[in-house]
Design a protein around this ligand. Structure first.
Ligand code: UD1
Length: 423
């Protein structure tokens, strides 16, 4: 059941203090999917309390393994998986449930899933996943939104050239290839830190993978995988979100645990807008000017370039900056839904196709707005923190998909924010 909740934010308070980062959502989800490949228990530490993690745990239990939470960790049992399908309601709740596909095929030789759900960011096809799995010897048929996969003889390694460095497809191929017969070579692979984290976990379980984080990844299939302890990397998009929350209020703070290298493409954006950043023993500190300057040009691209997941968040910042910023979203075609909501708060943004021109206003004004997707929702929270007056943000179940205790962390920084239940 969907719980109807809202965030109420009174803007204008200068945020100061420390934020301890959660484990990366985009790491933990494929790692949880990978755990079904393992014969022994897996202990995944720094596992954020997110609705998407709960869906992953439900899928794991449905497949036949135990999965339970122990504080900040999730423990997956050593049971064999016995099912090869993912129920439609679980697929609908989260797009990254598609990452289970490669793992189920590797373990069971067949899989049945429906087309994945997730945030609406425009068309999100899975043709790259399907074509790669076919090259590995999987027969795949698609009928009325149902995908049925069956390994022809044996799942086997293949040389796969990706037409685009898709994060999910790279993960899916790795998950299928670790138990396949022979060697798989992925060229034009995605290089995100979350892919590196997934391979660190798999290697601790005995997988043979080299090149993760580079554009060619080589996987030599092994007979079986053990279990492992793994600590998930800090969430780089959460880091950028709290840096933005601090920056829009002219505040100062420290991001505990952030790996600066993971946000290399975003650090110059904060500096260009006038923020002072400094690495510290425990992360990165940020001190924002009273009013942010505009950043001329932001183009989203696969890692290591500027991440699409930070586009809406930085757009909220620029909406209240001095000057004009141009955004070009090259990764997802439908990722500008937050613009209409920011406009309700007084933002001056003109968008056409993949380009958005943001002319900063002196002060956004509080309004009733609705989260349109996960990062678009975070952008509204950031805009509301900088705005004059009160904002009410609805549809916050999107935000809860990616941010653990967002109101608690912001309150600790001094924000006037409350979650109210409407049911
Ligand atoms: C992952 C992240 C998401 C991030 C995105 C891009 C997770 C759980 N989600 O999503 O937060 O925004 O990477 O950094 O890790 N595409 C195809 N065919 C395919 C697969 C993808 O055309 O088979 C297209 C998509 O429609 C999109 C682009 O490729 O336009 C990037 O998608 P992809 O890298 O696969 O993103 P996700 O893995 O879905």
């Amino acid at each position: 059941m969907l719980i109807l909740e809202k965030l109420i934010i009174d803007g204008g308070t200068r945020l100061c203090g420390e934020v301890k980062l959660q484990g990366a959502k985009n790491s933990v989800l494929p790692i949880l999917a990978a755990s079904i490949l393992c014969d022994d228990e897996c202990y995944i530490d720094n596992c954020p309390r997110l609705s998407d993690c709960n869906v992953s745990m439900r899928i794991i239990r449905h497949l036949g393994k135990s999965a339970y939470r122990d504080g900040g960790s999730v423990i997956i049992g050593n049971e064999e998986i016995t099912k090869n399908d993912i129920p439609e309601d679980m697929m609908r709740e989260m797009r990254s449930s598609i990452t289970f596909l490669g793992a189920i095929i590797a373990k069971m030789g067949e899989a049945k899933i429906s087309l994945p759900g997730g945030c609406e960011l425009g068309p999100r096809p899975i043709d790259i996943h399907i074509s790669a799995l076919r090259q590995m010897g999987v027969d795949i048929s698609e009928n009325h939104g149902l995908i049925e996969c069956k390994v022809r003889d044996k799942l086997r390694g293949a040389v796969i050239a990706l037409p685009y460095p898709s994060v999910g497809a790279t993960e899916n191929i790795i998950l299928a290839a670790v138990l396949a017969k022979g060697t798989t070579i992925i060229s034009n692979a995605a290089k995100e830190p979350e892919i590196v984290d997934l391979t660190i976990f798999l290697r601790s379980c005995g997988a043979k993978i080299i090149g993760a984080g580079e554009s060619t990844v080589i996987i030599c299939g092994v007979e079986s995988l053990s279990g492992a302890y793994h600590k998930v990397i800090p969430d780089r998009i959460e880091a950028i979100s709290y840096m933005s929350a601090i920056a829009i209020t002219g505040g100062t703070g420290e991001l505990i645990g952030v790996v600066p290298e993971h946000i290399m493409a975003v650090i110059p954006i904060f500096e260009e807008s006038g923020c002072k950043l400094q690495s510290t023993d425990s992360g990165l500190s940020i001190t924002a000017p009273e009013r942010l300057g505009a950043v001329k040009y932001i183009r989203t691209m696969p890692y290591p370039a500027f991440p699409t997941d930070a586009q809406a968040i930085i757009m909220a910042l620029m909406a209240q900056s001095m000057g004009t910023s141009v955004f070009v979203e090259t990764v997802f075609s439908g990722r500008y839904k937050h613009i209409a909501e920011l406009q309700r708060m007084g933002a001056n943004i003109k968008a056409e196709d993949r380009v958005a021109v943001v002319s900063g206003v002196e002060r956004l004004s509080g309004a009733s707005v609705s989260a349109t997707d996960l990062r678009g929702g975070a952008a509204l929270v950031i805009a509301a923190l900088g705005a004059d007056g009160r904002s009410e943000i609805s549809n916050i179940h999107y935000i809860d998909r990616g941010y653990e205790n967002i109101e608690g962390k912001l309150k600790k920084l001094g924000a006037c924010i409350a979650r109210v239940n409407l049911t």
